[in-house]
Ligand binder design. Structure first.
Ligand code: GCU
Length: 126
């Protein structure tokens, strides 16, 4: 339903790990995806009803190189940029307007370059 937070450390992680060695995260940590193409974090987002929703992905990228990821919502894929945030303790919001179905929705964020994705703190549904 609206106003839900999904912590990345509680999501499904492929090629990566939950870590807590940088400050400023929500929950108990964040996900550090491996620095490879294809590492991902996948959330199951529950919507009370079908319709348009805003997702906010909180991330940190302590490098000066963009770390794009594909954002796949129930099989519909877009690619988004995740530019540097200054350091690994500094988090930024990336927002997506998406179409959700009632009930469970799969939202997967997948690194598209050999640098991997940014560190991911959480996904908010509003
Ligand atoms: C550093 C940093 C990690 C980050 C990694 C990366 O090792 O401590 O949190 O994930 O760089 O480049 O992805």
């Amino acid at each position: 339903s609206a106003g839900q937070r999904y912590e990345a450390e509680d999501a499904t992680i492929s090629q990566g790990a939950a870590e807590s060695n940088h400050a400023g995260y929500s929950g108990t940590g964040f996900v550090n995806g491996d620095n490879v193409v294809g590492s991902y974090v996948e959330f199951t987002v529950n919507a009370a009803s079908a319709g348009t929703a805003t997702l906010t992905l909180r991330y940190a990228n302590g490098t000066s190189t963009n770390r794009p990821m594909t954002i796949d919502v129930n099989g519909t894929t877009t690619t988004r940029d995740f530019p540097g945030t200054g350091d690994w303790d500094t988090w930024a919001d990336a927002t997506f307007t998406v179409s959700l179905q009632a009930g469970a929705n799969t939202v997967r964020a997948t690194a598209t370059t050999a640098n991997g994705g940014p560190n991911v703190d959480y996904l908010d549904l509003s």
